[in-house]
Design a protein around this ligand. Structure first.
Ligand code: NDP
Ligand code: OXD
Length: 309
């Protein structure tokens, strides 16, 4: 049987039009990948938040919706979507996130700015501590948080990871649940937020929790803008409780031109580029999931609609 896979993210089509059919063929799946089809003919939908397709009601024969994004907060509450929803766990995306997190951690750990931005040519021979003396906390121990935490631990950082459910990851001090959050944040010098945006994680870094890290701590947020209360962060920067924030994601994107983050020297803005889904590897993930579903196997990376991630 030839399946119909609707690729519903038109602006991404040029990246996938070769790789997705190739990956499906390699997975042994016979499918036509199309950008438009009669809804009742569609077996699988490949989705991105920018997709014009938001009403899934007519796709009554669709077996699963496969997101090209890891974060699914823009689709998870869509009531017209009754089919299983899978998020993206892409080795290429993970690799990119590890590079972004390690790069920005090292910037702050080594105090690189002191030497890169040194208009007065000050000879400032302060040697940074070793990574083994630096406490880093990663909020979120999923596909991305775990990979980043392990990469930092491999560089000898003292890494604590925090998740919703109990975990044990070699090399990491693992904490979980509400009770674990305070301990995870207390005394942290660098805090990385790699949580999904859900009702339970919104504003997790707020006026109260921002008092917990070590004075002058650095926040790295490649997760979602809503994880941080912006005003509380600006206030914590003003008091020096937080020394710097490197932010990749924002409540409104693009970040509005008049947002104070743009001009604050204690904030580094990167434009949601921490990690991109990579077409070559992501196409294989999509193809494997379609193969599994057709073979009667369980889908990978299924979203729990109740939890929102
Ligand atoms: P996962 O779903 O694999 O992991 C999410 C982690 O967050 C899990 O460890 C989960 O705990 C934890 N978590 C969720 N809710 C809570 C809670 N209430 N309390 C404590 N921990 C919680 O997601 P990924 O690692 O793949 O991605 C994380 C996020 O990164 C995405 O949702 C997206 O928002 C963002 N992202 C950003 C990108 C960028 O370019 N800036 C690119 C890709 C993703 P548990 O393990 O117990 O379930
Ligand atoms: C994602 C993202 O969720 O790019 O994949 O933010």
């Amino acid at each position: 049987m030839t399946l119909t896979v609707l690729f519903a993210a038109p602006e991404l089509w040029p990246q996938y039009e070769t790789h997705l059919p190739k990956a499906l063929a390699e997975a042994g799946v016979t499918a036509n990948v199309v950008v438009a089809a009669a809804p009742e003919m569609v077996d699988f939908i490949v989705y991105a938040p920018s997709a014009p397709l938001q009403d899934f009601t007519p796709y009554r024969n669709c077996r699963a919706v496969l997101s090209l994004w890891a974060g699914v907060e823009r689709i998870v509450g869509n009531e017209t979507l009754t089919q299983p929803l899978c998020r993206m766990v892409d080795p290429g995306l993970t690799e990119g996130m590890v590079e972004w997190v390690v790069g920005h951690t090292l910037r702050h750990h080594l105090g690189m700015d002191r030497h890169i931005i040194n208009p007065g040519h000050v000879w400032d021979p302060i040697c940074p501590p070793l990574a083994r003396e630096r406490r880093v906390t990663v909020l979120g121990l999923g596909a991305l948080g775990t990979a980043c935490a392990q990469a930092l631990a491999a560089l000898n950082f003292r890494v604590t990871g925090w998740s919703r459910t109990e975990k044990s990851v070699p090399g990491l001090h693992c904490l979980w649940g509400e009770a674990g959050l305070t301990t995870a944040l207390e005394g942290a010098e660098i805090v990385v937020t790699l949580l999904p945006k859900t009702p339970a994680t919104e504003n997790i870094l707020n006026a109260e929790s921002l008092t917990l890290p070590a004075r002058g701590a650095v926040i790295l947020n490649p997760g979602r803008g809503a994880l941080i209360d912006d005003d509380a962060l600006l206030a914590a920067l003003d008091t020096g409780q937080i020394g710097h924030a490197t932010l990749d994601v924002f409540r409104t994107e693009p970040l509005p031109k008049d947002h104070p983050f743009w001009t604050d020297p204690r904030v580094t803005v990167t434009p949601h580029i921490a990690a991109d889904t990579r077409a070559v590897s992501a196409a294989r993930v999509i193809a494997e999931n379609i193969r599994r579903n057709v073979a009667g196997e369980e889908l990978l990376h299924l979203v729990n609609r109740r939890l929102g991630y």
